[in-house]
Write a protein that binds this ligand. Sequence first.
Ligand SMILES: CC(C)(COP(=O)(O)OP(=O)(O)OC[C@H]1O[C@@H](n2cnc3c(N)ncnc32)[C@H](O)[C@@H]1OP(=O)(O)O)[C@@H](O)C(=O)NCCC(=O)NCCS
Length: 342
Amino acid sequence: MPSVSTFPDTTAGGAATPARLAGILATGSCVPDGVISNADLEQLVETSDAWILERTGISQRHKVGAGVTTSVLAAAAGRMAMERAGVETVDAIIVATCTPDTFVPSTACLVQRRLNLPGIPAFDVNAACSGFVYGLALANSLIGQGAINSLLLIGAESLTQLVDYTDRSTCVLFGDGAGAAVLGPVASGGMRAVRWAADGGGSDLIYHGPKAGEDGAMSGPDGLRMLGKGTFRLAVERMIETVGALCADAGWSPDDIDVVIPHQANLRIIEAVSKRIGVPLSRFMVNIDRMGNTSAASIPIAMDEAASTGRLRDSDRVIFVGFGAGITWGGAAMEWTRPASR
Ligand SMILES: CC(C)(COP(=O)(O)OP(=O)(O)OC[C@H]1O[C@@H](n2cnc3c(N)ncnc32)[C@H](O)[C@@H]1OP(=O)(O)O)[C@@H](O)C(=O)NCCC(=O)NCCS
């Protein structure tokens, strides 16, 4: 079984050395009521339930209805996390999203308005599917250095608004939703290490725009586009490397990891990461079958489900790891502080 420290280190970051350690005090999530099943997609493109399940592990994904935007989902998830944390305000709001309600103002400011929390900083982070783990890296610094005492960090997306439902290679993948966490300084446990990185040289792998033909010419409507095989390979490599770096920084071995909360892009990616790092799949939180790929929302939705179902217990050693368009990747090693109150 390979040791994760034998994989190359491709990320910036390191062991948490701030004056205070940041921990997650409570979680929340919100997914829209609408559902697109594999059978629904069979009506739209030439595909089959069997193909989608075998290649991705996805059975269904959620879809926003009329009038429901990213900020609506984000505010609902954020409100739930704040209620569970027992707080009426926070010192800052960060929304990780690549599907903002609009270019200006930020979705974080729209969430701030919905939650009636004026006078605190609020801004978006766009690191695509790595957005939530980028937010954890920011939380580690901001809370660790004492700049703020509490943070509402939300990952939220309405990707179905960007999907081209004539492109069978991508339309089967993506769904909508939001997950949130309230973070603050903790006396024990908390963030042990963070890693984050990007390589804009891979910006053609996943993008929003017209399709690129074999001659490079762009044509057709805008939509989410992906070079599936190349993305798959890189996602596996970068996620493995990130887990290795986080374990090395935190002083953990793969056996020490209790729960891995990975970005939910493809069940086969998660299985490949599990096999290569030698951590059994049973220790991975997986909900891609019901959610599809919700980009920046996937990790916090899975985290909230793990917390809600008792899968995350006090003192558990948890690895968050993500990969996405940009390309971007990163993660965090965290000792789970205490279950969110419910
Ligand atoms: C997208 C993905 C599921 C495609 O699976 P794959 O096994 O790589 O499939 P391919 O793209 O090689 O396509 C194989 C064949 O299936 C076909 N196909 C693609 N989508 C299909 C669908 N929905 N239904 C049926 N057939 C489909 C292709 O046209 C291709 O046919 P061909 O051989 O006749 O050309 C997979 O590559 C993937 O998950 N990639 C990474 C996703 C990811 O990591 N995202 C992270 C960031 S968001």
